[in-house]
Design a protein around this ligand. Structure first.
Ligand code: DC
Length: 218
């Protein structure tokens, strides 16, 4: 079974996808990490003419096994990831890695932006998360707080809001056009849900899809 979990920044997709993967004993890939790793590698080229070519080169030579997730979770890495995600050559270079991961025996859970539309259009279950900008800003602020518990630095939520809104706009305009719910995706609005409620709702969607498949309905 392939589960595709798509949605905007800070919609909770990573947490939910990881929990679904643990629940069903499936391997999990956070595809945002691939884009973040590429973005981090080309940070020195930002604003320079070679940026695009360097990003494509970085994507082609990326060793997904060597990514250190903790170093690229921050806001700056998210911005760069979204910039390299707008480059078709980067998307093409990362496609095979995602596809191979999805096609391993037994299936997998992948989260991202275009999993249900481009990477795995055949996924048995597609969930497209939405949440208001306010809810997502609050969540991301809490996550960033938890990342740096000792610093006591207050998160600038106005800047964070602007950053997430800019990322939304850039992601939607990305050339692949895949950042939208697939026709057969289940929409889940998590604005008013805590993580437990969202997990129960996501689980119910997957269980219904499994029952429908077993019953011969797709
Ligand atoms: O899921 P995330 O916030 O870690 O993703 C960071 C950025 O990477 C996101 O703003 C756009 C890009 N991305 C993408 O273009 N396609 C994906 N499948 C995953 C992420």
């Amino acid at each position: 079974m392939i589960i595709a979990m798509d949605g905007p920044a800070a919609s909770g997709k990573g947490t939910l996808a990881k929990r679904l993967a643990a629940h069903y004993g499936l391997p999990f890939l956070d595809t945002g990490l691939l884009y973040r790793a590429v973005g981090a590698r080309v940070a020195p080229f930002e604003g320079r003419p070679g940026f695009e070519a360097e990003a494509i080169k970085a994507a082609r030579t990326l060793d997904a096994g060597k990514i250190d997730p903790e170093s690229i979770r921050g806001v700056g890495a998210g911005r760069l990831a979204s910039m390299v995600g707008a480059i078709s050559g980067v998307r093409a270079a990362l496609f095979d890695t995602q596809r191979q991961f999805a096609l391993q025996p037994g299936g997998a859970v992948l989260d991202g932006r275009d999993i249900g539309t481009v990477v795995c259009p055949e996924a048995e279950v597609k969930i497209f998360l939405t949440a208001t900008l306010e809810a997502r800003v609050a969540r991301r602020a809490a996550q960033l707080d938890a990342l740096n518990p000792a610093t006591g630095v207050r998160i600038d939520t106005v800047a964070l809001r602007a950053e997430i809104a800019a990322r939304d706009a850039r992601d939607r305009a990305a050339p692949h056009g895949g950042f939208r719910p697939a026709r057969d995706a289940h929409l889940l609005d998590t604005s008013e849900m805590d993580i437990e409620a969202a997990f129960r709702a996501a689980l119910a969607i997957v269980e219904r899809a499994i029952a429908d498949t077993a019953g011969g309905r797709t």
